[in-house]
Ligand binder design. Structure first.
Ligand code: HEM
Length: 406
């Protein structure tokens, strides 16, 4: 039976967003109730602004791919926002077509499948090194600092040409950057400025001494006579790649391993068919995405979604986590089934802003999880599941500590 909720229509009190998770891996039951009773429902965000939370698969796809739902409009002064601080910079994620298409095309030219697949041996090598260190250390080991954090961060650093030694500085800025509540506005704005200065300095360095890395390639596009990425675009592209390139994957690795360790039948299936690791990681992406919602959109005109007309100028939150559990799209939608075939989950988004790094993320997930399970056949949780921390108040989240033994 689905939980009954007040349908937040005109005159009723909107639900407070974000919802509280019952435990590290469970999605709040509100989502199932909303999908059934109020699929486009008003919520109050941490900023105090109202938004429409969209929870059904087809509607979420529409919000992500229909140009009447704008990202750019979220950067206008006074626009509704999710968290306490404005995020009004010119990054790829904050642009609408046609400007978005122009910048995305330029980046895609350098961020090719070839560049990513050339990284696979490095991902494997780095995973092996990290797991060697874990083995030497002996159980129990916290898998977050041992594998889930350093692997994606090393890879994004190598890809972009960012010094790995700076990781603690930019990890702290990036954490504040993605905060949706609980941190003072001044701190968030200071982190935005610090990341901007840091990327500005790196770009200047690449211009003086270009390397083989992606940032140098992007600077070269910028510096070409037909210079089609301006300085701000370049810097914010660097920030997006650095932030998006590690926060998400770090959480996805730890959430995925946790899910397998708490579903022994599924774990056995993955161990028994290492060649099907790709299918398994897609299912883990569907069930346990590192964020419940994609970024906020604003309607450019009145838009009908199902029975609801969303007025022009409204904030809209498309729920990827909920769409991925929609029984209208997925059989046994609430069941983790690592053998699931044809899995059109929305964890990497859809349409215009579809994740640029999905190829890299997939390679990292498949190699790290596959190798971990192979090297540690008796891997298990070293603390009770209920004790695992998953802090709220962040756009991208996961367990921050995952002690394991073997
Ligand atoms: C498991 C890992 C990842 C997940 C779940 C993920 C998820 C997403 C999602 C949902 C979006 C679209 C957001 C929206 O429309 O509101 C997105 C966009 C993006 N992601 Fe990822 N991402 C991951 C890893 C990465 C990596 C490794 C990189 C970079 C190397 C990356 C770079 C980007 C960029 C640049 C965009 C913006 C694309 C655009 O606006 O055109 N992501 N990602």
């Amino acid at each position: 039976m689905t939980e009954q909720l007040d349908v937040p229509a005109e005159g009723t009190v909107p639900l407070d967003y974000p919802f509280t998770r019952p435990s590290a891996l469970e999605l709040c039951p509100h989502y199932a109730a909303l999908r059934e009773n109020a699929p486009t429902s008003r919520v109050r965000m941490p900023s105090g602004d109202l938004a429409y939370l969209v929870t059904r698969y087809e509607d979420v796809r529409t919000v992500l791919s229909d140009t009447r739902f704008s990202r750019e409009a979220t950067t206008a002064p006074g626009a509704p926002r999710l968290g306490p601080a404005p995020q009004n910079f010119r990054s790829l994620l904050n642009m609408d077509p046609p400007e978005h298409s122009r910048v995305r095309k330029l980046v895609s030219r350098e961020f090719t499948a070839r560049r990513v697949s050339a990284l696979r041996p490095r991902i494997q090598e780095q995973t092996d090194l990290l797991l060697d260190a874990m083995e030497r250390q002996g159980p129990p080991v916290d898998l977050v600092p041992a594998l889930a954090f350093p692997l994606p961060v090393t890879m994004i650093c190598e890809l972009l040409g960012v010094p790995f030694e700076d990781r603690e500085r930019f990890a702290a800025w990036s954490e504040a950057f993605l905060s949706t509540g609980g941190r003072p506005v001044e701190e968030i704005l200071a982190s935005q400025a610090a990341l901007r200065d840091y990327l500005g300095m790196l770009v200047a360095g690449k211009r003086a001494h270009p390397g083989e890395d992606l940032l140098s390639a992007l600077v070269a596009i910028h510096d070409a006579d037909d210079g089609r990425l301006d300085e701000e675009e370049l810097i914010h592209l660097g920030i997006s790649l650095l932030v998006a390139g590690h926060e998400t994957t770090v959480n996805q690795i730890s959430n995925s391993v946790l899910a397998l360790l708490t579903h022994p039948g599924q774990l056995a299936e993955v161990r028994g068919h290492p060649d099907r690791i790709g299918r398994a990681t897609e299912e883990l992406l569907r069930m346990y995405p590192p964020g419940d919602e994609a970024l906020l959109r604003i309607t450019l005109e009145d838009v009908r979604l199902g029975d609801t007309v969303i007025p022009a100028g409204s904030a809209v939150l498309p729920s990827l986590g909920s769409a991925n559990r929609d029984a209208g799209e997925f059989g046994d939608a609430d069941v983790l089934d690592v053998t699931r075939e044809g899995n059109p989950h929305l964890t990497f988004g859809q349409g215009t802003h579809y994740c640029l790094g999905s190829g890299l993320a997939r390679a990292e997930l498949q190699i790290s999880i596959g190798t971990l399970l192979h090297r540690f056949p008796n891997l298990r949780l070293a603390v009770p599941y209920e004790e695992l921390p998953r802090p709220a108040g962040r756009l991208v989240h996961g367990v921050t500590s995952l002690p394991v033994a073997w």
